[in-house]
Design a protein around this ligand. Structure first.
Ligand SMILES: Nc1ncnc2c1ncn2[C@@H]1O[C@H](COP(=O)(O)OP(=O)(O)O)[C@@H](O)[C@H]1O
Ligand SMILES: [Mg+2]
Length: 146
């Protein structure tokens, strides 16, 4: 699936649609692997995703690596920018989180490629067009309409 946005709000809305699609289908557990450079809108997308589940005030867990939220579903929001190996990742509790019901959303999933589950949903954001133009590609092995 391919989307184009021209503002952070529009990007949030795409995030919200993804969350609503998962929740609406009663999917208890999902892994969302986000890719894209600094400032492209990964946190904006996650903010919208969380909002759709009743969670506001999402901020990038750049220093804490993971923030946990409890809305209609649990959300485990990772930013693995500072993660460089499997030991670092393991120490965040990653292995436990991904086996817990809830939605794991990972910014900088490029850094943890070897640990991304098979059934992950990939969200790749890139700049396109003017300063606020973004291209958002959502792919998954399983069929998914949002
Ligand atoms: N179409 C857009 N989608 C998302 N963010 C946008 C868009 N246009 C401009 N922006 C700006 O880009 C920045 C994205 O920041 P953020 O979501 O924190 O990025 P990341 O988490 O990828 O580093 C914000 O300053 C936001 O206002
Ligand atoms: Mg971010």
């Amino acid at each position: 699936m391919l989307f184009y946005t021209d503002s952070p709000e529009e990007t949030e809305k795409i995030g919200a649609r993804l969350a609503s699609a998962l929740d609406g289908r009663n999917i208890p557990r999902a892994f969302i692997a986000m890719r894209g450079e600094m400032g492209v809108g990964k946190t904006a997308f996650t903010r919208g995703f969380a909002l759709a589940l009743g969670v506001s005030g999402v901020k990038s867990p750049t220093y804490t690596i993971v923030n946990e939220y409890r809305g209609k579903r649990r959300i485990f929001h990772f930013d693995t920018y500072r993660i460089s190996d499997g030991d670092d990742l393991y120490s965040t509790g990653f292995d436990d989180y991904i086996e817990t019901d809830g939605y794991t959303v990972v910014e900088w999933s490029e850094n943890i490629e070897d640990y991304i589950p098979e059934d992950a949903i990939f969200v790749t954001i890139s700049r396109e067009g003017g300063e606020c133009g973004r291209r958002i590609e959502i792919t998954s092995k399983k069929e998914l309409e949002i």
